[in-house]
Design a protein around this ligand. Structure first.
Ligand code: EPU
Length: 352
């Protein structure tokens, strides 16, 4: 148990009342009751023991790029900034690389491309860290990260046990995993093992990506460049216009319901999935209802070029984000009889 002996030997020194505006994607004003940034796992374990011995809840973030923060987050917020890459296996064709949770996702993906490796190129330029990627099973341009994960090292907050989880243990689904459930929240992801290939077929089933690479046999680097260009053309740069990427999930409905929707709204994009469920385009629905560019007095609005992206133009607050989200959900429900679900994680509690 990694917590053994840490109570008497604790050297970490969390700071009280620290702003975490830079650690939530929409840059909402928010404070952690206590805050600690950890560069190594020992500090992380000490931080957990520091909090639990004081009966304080622990909230772990990477860069917070896919979180919406309430103004006050009770307990200890730990930012995981652990770095390190390790080659675990290489048979000349297939490799397994272990990346520490605090590695920046895009920097890590760029490194795999520099090595000429296939696997993560479709997931270029997604904000956030390696440790956050499995939590919401990041996905883009025809690839979900779950398809590239061999396993994870995790620490159980409740008892300090460090163990390995298989992909099956993680219950990955569309923008979802066990780590979002009450049961899974006890795990802190320490590192992730990725399966990469020296040669493979590029995945080009997203039409705009295929069009960008027509007439080539693309290398991972070609796909990476095309994905970066596509994302830059469609999505706002969070450094310039704070956002959390897609604010809602694309809703999944039965094939029967999808047929009904298709008869009523033939223009709405539909995406069949591996199961007999069909995903509908939330962006299309929100766009149809005129929410794009609908920025009110609050500074929070919908991005002018993509209706699925909420942005903070100025000095919006959490309550503005949640009330705009509720208004959008209600209008989509009224028009399409579909209930949208928020995509980012929420940290903190409105009553604290
Ligand atoms: N559309 C509109 N109006 C809009 C935006 C979109 O009509 O304002 C329609 C268009 O027909 C467009 C379609 O919606 O062709 C789909 O749009 P897009 O290709 O941008 O994909 P998305 O379904 O909106 C999803 C992911 C993105 C990912 C892209 C590409 C979710 C919640 N979002 O968006 O992921 O980059 O596909 O694979 O699944 C994220 O998770 O933060 C994210 C950006």
């Amino acid at each position: 148990m990694v917590f053994d002996g840490l109570l008497s030997n604790n050297v970490v020194d969390p700071k009280p009342k620290v702003s975490i505006a830079h650690l939530n994607g929409l840059r909402l004003p928010a404070h952690a009751e206590y805050f600690l940034r950890v560069d190594n796992e020992q500090q992380l374990f000490e931080g957990i023991v520091w909090a639990t011995s004081r009966d304080l809840p622990v909230t772990v973030v990477g860069e917070g790029s896919n979180t919406v923060a309430h103004p006050f987050v009770r307990g200890l917020v730990i930012q995981i900034a652990t770095l390190g890459l390790k080659l675990l296996h290489d048979d000349g064709c297939k490799l397994t690389v272990r990346a520490a949770a605090g590695e920046n996702w895009h920097v890590f993906v760029s490194w795999t491309i520099e090595q000429g490796l296939y696997g993560l190129e479709n997931l270029a330029l997604i904000p956030g860290t390696v440790g956050a990627a499995p939590v919401q099973n990041i996905g883009a341009y025809g690839v979900e990260v779950a398809s590239r994960i061999r396993g994870l090292r995790v620490c159980d907050l409740t008892n300090g046990e460090v163990s390995n989880l298989s992909p099956q243990d993680c219950q990955f689904a569309y923008r979802d995993s066990r780590f979002k459930s009450t049961d899974g929240k006890r795990f802190i992801i320490l590192s992730v093992d990725f399966m990469l290939d020296r040669s493979a077929e590029s995945i080009l089933n997203y039409p705009e990506l295929a069009r960008a690479l027509v007439d080539t046999t693309p290398t991972p680097s070609n796909v990476f460049d095309a994905v970066v260009a596509l994302r830059r053309s469609k999505l706002p740069d969070p450094e310039i216009l704070p956002n959390v990427g897609s604010f809602f999930k694309n809703p999944s409905v039965s094939s029967e319901q999808a047929q009904h929707v298709g008869r009523e709204w033939p223009e709405m994009p539909q995406y069949p999935t591996a199961s007999d469920r069909v995903k509908l385009s939330a962006g299309w629905m929100i766009d149809q209802l005129g929410w794009r560019e609908a920025t009110g007095q609050t500074g929070i609005g919908i991005y002018s070029q993509h209706a699925l992206v909420m942005v903070n133009h100025d000095c919006g607050h959490t309550e503005d984000v949640l009330s705009l989200a509720a208004a959008i959900v209600a209008s989509v429900e009224a028009e399409f009889a579909i209930t949208l679900e928020m995509e980012p994680s929420i940290i903190g509690n409105p009553t604290d």
